[in-house]
Write a protein that binds this ligand. Sequence first.
Ligand code: 6PG
Length: 472
Amino acid sequence: MAEAEIGVIGLGVMGANLALNIADNGYHVAVYNRTTSRTEAFAASAGALSERITACATLEDFVAAIRPPRPVIIMVKAGEAVDEQIAALTPLMQANDIIIDAGNANFRDTMRRFEALEGSGLTFIGMGVSGGEEGARHGPSIMVGGAETAWKRVEPVLTAISAKYRGEPCAAWLGENGAGHFVKTIHNGIEYADMQMIAEVYGVMRDHLMMDAPTIAAVFSAWSTGPLDSYLIDITAEVLKVHDAATGRPIVDIIVDAAGQKGTGRWSAIESQMMGVPATAIEAAVAARSLSAMRAERARAEKAFGLPAQQGRRNGQEVIADLESALLAGKIAAYAQGFAVMAAASREFGWNLPMQTIARIWRAGCIIRSRFLGEIATAFGTDPDVPNLTLAPAFSKMILDTDAGLRRIVSEAALNGLPVPALSSALAYFDTYRRARGTANLIQAQRDFFGAHGFARLDADGEHHGPWGGQG
Ligand code: 6PG
């Protein structure tokens, strides 16, 4: 008998935990995984929740186990596996059934899937889910893209399983087709920038102030009671406190300094470039991960060049106070960039993205959750059309309060050869953005000189060319 109210395909870490979360919230859920042994292991480990779980060995049984109209969540590796699942599923489903892709899809794939399913009678939703394993199990942040009518049909279950911020569900419909996956991508781009800037600040403490991991942990713990209060700062403090059982050393000291990436950060940078919206802190974070992966080359370069001589060090407490300011200022730049990219995409794809709602559903459940996001939600509540977060009065004040600290950290890091690419990109972004008279007058002149591209004048309308002495 079809008694399940919803189905989950893919029982990897995220899918399995999402299914348990759904069952925990009183819904009967059917589950299916291509490798049957995984489905069996999942069912065997579900404990008391197994009475609300129907584990299915075939896709046919899975579809038959769900009451129509069926909502089916696909949580498999982004890319081809999603297309394969959709292809296998569609012939078995009926009109009005809903396929929900909950993986970290590239929103362009999501747009393509919407088009492909158009006219099939099936409904498609592209859903961003953030919060890792813990979030999936106990409440993630959920970013939905698709028809609003489709959202209305799944809203009860999605809000039930989502994280709650002071009782408010962190799940929302954000716009048509690819909107949910686009917003999730930018969430991850910001996540990259947040993580990179935290790592840069850690690097200054480790390699300049010569602090050990537990001492650095105490600094992050102290910051987590101030404006930097966030999940990523909390877990950083936790991580830095942990010692390796085998060596007795702080575990960060024996972890290889090369980080992987699965694509979402890079997509954020690519899409921002495509739209001509600067997202330099995010780009710097993506590039830093790529450089981190070039370990052998970096070792060779250190052998070839050595490290720059130290240029002296200020009092440690002063540097630490500046690091807190630098991190906050850098964070403002990264979020201002991320939200500006979303605003441009909203215009380009006709999504009408609700910026305040996005900030609100990021306040709990997701990886970048923080006190700061509450302030962003307030700023967009006051002025939904502010062109750049830095121009919202609360953030303008925050920048004016922290900008000097960021400037001193970037200078001191540069003098001492300490790489702070995301922080220095953030500073360059502010310094460029705040200066009314820039230097592109020279770029205009150069372009006109070599390519007769023309230029605009300050004192006259129209397109002009320079008197380049016949060489232009
Ligand atoms: C989240 C995370 C999650 C995942 C990323 C990590 O919001 O829950 O962002 O989606 O951890 O895929 O991405 P990288 O492997 O690229 O760091």
